[in-house]
Design a binder for this molecule. Sequence first.
Ligand code: ZN
Length: 296
Amino acid sequence: MPRATVTLADLADPPDTATLEALDESATARAIASMRSKLMRRRKALIGHTSDEPELDRVIASLRRLQNPQLTAYALENGLVLSEPFNGIARACPPASSKAARFAADAMVGKRAPVALVRALAAFGDAALSLARAAGVRIRIVAAGIRFSQASASVARCVPGIDEWEAPPSGLFVVEDRTVLLRDRALHMTAAHEFAHALDAALAARPRSYFSFESEELRYYFSTATGYVNEYAASGLDEYFAESVRAYVEVNDPACAWLPLTRQDLYLRDPRMFGLVDRLFASGFSSRERRRAKRR
Ligand SMILES: [Zn+2]
């Protein structure tokens, strides 16, 4: 029997594992071993070729993903795919259609938005996109060579040295003008993270504030959590909200040094926060649900 071709799930277009047949542990272990030797060979061939650094980063990130205990082999028509459990836990509302996401993204960008950004925003669903638009959220793609402090007067005023940081961010959310600033290499995962900050601001009752600062329920979960969806989520209330929401919508990047996040990760590591985020999405971000989470 010919050996089945093994691929690693494409994070830019992850499979819906709820619709696939999961294979058993030994088939998964064999698929992981085969993928590991393929990636090790690729890594060896790339080391020392500086022009291929982005490709090397992707190979190293892929090798890291193979260590995730939740990685499972699923049968495809013509082979196997190794994947994190994308859609392993159902979401409370469907993603937006590509047409609706395109319409919302173009409106927020003010011109035709790049495809990667449209895809990242689609994952949030119709209600989140409407809420952000109603709150006046804008998205600006800042060309390389233009400093964030040039692109935004608020950035120049509040974080004037941001462009001189050792590792300047590839995206940020400016709460003063409800604007997401993104480098054009950061239109997927970073876009989703920053858009989650925009959503957090859109959900707030006060201007220039965040729901995550105002919600007693969320503050309580943050201060008493025994686990966070990832390390970054533990760094502050706003990052707690943003990374938990990003896990919920399952938007990840192939070259990222962090492991991809899924709803299942959020559910397993921080079930109370999963419940809060799931309720917000299920209610279509209704004001009643927001008030409920504010009081606890
Ligand atoms: Zn952030």
